[in-house]
Design a protein around this ligand. Structure first.
Ligand code: SF4
Length: 486
């Protein structure tokens, strides 16, 4: 095994617990370097997108088309998945279905063991992050080496990606120079960006040649042709899917569309929304392993289709919109909360607004109940989402689901009601009752004003960041009455 793969084996992944989201956020907010780097990165990405979509007249028709394609695809999801599987099998692709992360990892391990492989080289795949592939494979002695430059950097640091498009956006060039000097043999410290890229490229190129299994994500799957479409800029995705003898692709079940013509508008929305590019450098379309007479390409192609909570979102008419997502990251780039705390504080694979609406399905509402509350509901995410996901509506739906049991006739979400607090529930009930009894309401307000001087200064979580709530000396009704008299 190469030195690099040994280093990857040894780099322990630092897990961040989403249950500690509030505390993690405080740490991020208190870090001026992190805030500065995220702010400038988000400004940059916003400007890049704005250059394409500054005018609503340019954006809206394409967005409506993208939304319609995603909704149509989801409305036919079971049929399209069956059609996709049949086409892929015809083309020689081995299709595997995984209910959860454990099943997906078992499939990867079985393929590695069948080939006696001790290493895999990976293109960028957020779904592989979702199942913690690198970490789980390392437990069984299989090294997974990231080949996307950003992913490679966070892997060397033992971290998770902090952005779904730009995984190492939180790292400075000085930190990257330090990491390379520590982990890559015969490499001195440099903070020259071109030199750093050249170092990474040289190391990874040799690994593509020597590693038996390549792993990739998938951006879109086409049911009618049995094609896997992969969007990327670095060329590492193409290397991972063509150089090693075995290619394993992994993606969520929602990524399927019916026809190839459906891919093009989504591709256009994806690249412009994500990085402000009209097209990416590479668009890979994979339709099976190497055929007789062909000189290159993998001899074996596998596709792992992961559910991992997606069917929970699918069965709810409102929450199904979550699955329209094409993972462009625009909602993150425009979110005032994400821009201040960055991605690592969330402790989930997908941070920012998309993370707040998808993570409760992937992990359950219990550990993720605070995420949907990390929004001022300003609507910036909804405004820029290229496939029309009503993100703010989904955030409020999940907030409600975290605090209340499911309504009769509705299937509960995993962890539904885990944030319920009987004191809060009773306080709201009492408040509702008082507001529907005007005489008692007026008496209560009058009494309250008499004792407003002794309002407690500490009012639980409310006063952690706000001044205490206190009744006004004169109520609105009295003020309006005074105006009328005047
Ligand atoms: S929710 Fe919309 S804006 Fe956010 S990543 Fe998904 S498609 Fe992009």
């Amino acid at each position: 095994m190469s030195d690099l793969k040994s280093a990857v084996h040894e780099a322990p992944l630092q897990f961040v617990d989403p249950r500690r989201f509030k505390a993690n956020s405080q740490v991020s907010v208190d870090d001026p370097h992190l805030r500065r780097s995220f702010r400038s990165a988000m400004d940059f990405l916003q400007a890049k997108r704005g250059a394409h979509f500054g005018e609503a007249a340019t954006f809206e028709p394409l967005r409506r088309l993208g939304e319609a394609i995603r909704k149509y695809s989801l409305s036919r999801l079971p049929d399209l998945l069956e059609q996709l599987e049949a086409r892929l099998v015809e083309r020689g692709v081995q299709v595997h279905w995984a209910r959860d992360a454990a099943e997906a990892n078992a499939i990867f391990l079985a393929i590695a063991q069948a080939h006696q492989a001790k290493a895999m080289i990976k293109g960028k795949s957020m779904v592989s992050e979702e199942i913690e592939l690198n970490h789980r494979m390392a437990e069984d002695g299989v090294a997974c080496l990231e080949s996307d430059m950003g992913e490679y950097i966070v892997q060397l640091a033992g971290e998770r990606p902090s952005h779904i498009i730009m995984p190492a956006i939180h790292k400075t060039k000085q930190q990257i120079g330090q990491l390379f000097a520590e982990h890559i043999a015969d490499t001195g410290y440099t903070e020259d960006v071109d030199a750093l890229i050249a170092i990474g490229r040289k190391v990874l190129r040799a690994e593509f040649r020597d590693t038996p299994i390549g792993v990739s994500g998938v951006n879109f799957m086409v049911a009618e042709t049995g094609s896997l479409v992969l969007v990327e800029n670095e060329g590492n995705g193409r290397m991972c899917t063509t150089v090693p003898g075995v290619h394993i692709a992994i993606t969520g079940i929602e990524k399927v569309v019916e026809r190839f013509e459906h891919v093009l508008p989504l591709y256009s929305l994806l690249t412009r929304s994500a990085t402000g590019q009209a097209i990416t450098t590479y668009l890979n379309v994979i339709t099976g392993p190497r055929r007789a007479g062909e000189l290159d390409g993998p001899k074996e192609v596998h596709l792992v289709l992961l559910d991992n909570g997606r069917s929970q979102a699918y069965r709810d008419a409102t929450l199904r919109a979550t699955l329209q997502c094409i993972r462009c990251g625009a909602c993150m780039n425009h979110c005032p909360v994400y821009a201040r705390i960055g991605g690592l504080a969330y402790g989930t694979t997908y941070p920012g607004p998309i993370g707040s609406i998808i993570s409760p399905h992937l992990m359950g509402l219990d550990p993720t109940q605070d995420l949907p509350t990390a929004s001022s509901l300003c609507g910036a995410c909804t405004e820029v989402c290229p496939v029309g996901i009503p993100i703010t509506d989904l955030l409020t739906t999940l907030r409600h689901a975290a605090k209340h049991e499911a309504l009769p006739g509705h299937a509960p979400l995993v962890g539904q009601g885990s944030a319920a607090d009987w004191r809060e529930a009773w306080a709201w009930k009492a408040w509702a009752w008082l507001n529907t009894h005007p005489t008692l309401y007026r008496i209560a307000m009058r009494l309250g004003r008499h004792v407003r001087g002794v309002t407690p200064a500490w009012q639980g979580g409310w006063t952690a960041h706000r001044t205490p709530m206190r009744l006004a000396a004169r109520g609105l009704r009295d003020r309006l009455a005074a105006v009328d008299k005047g």
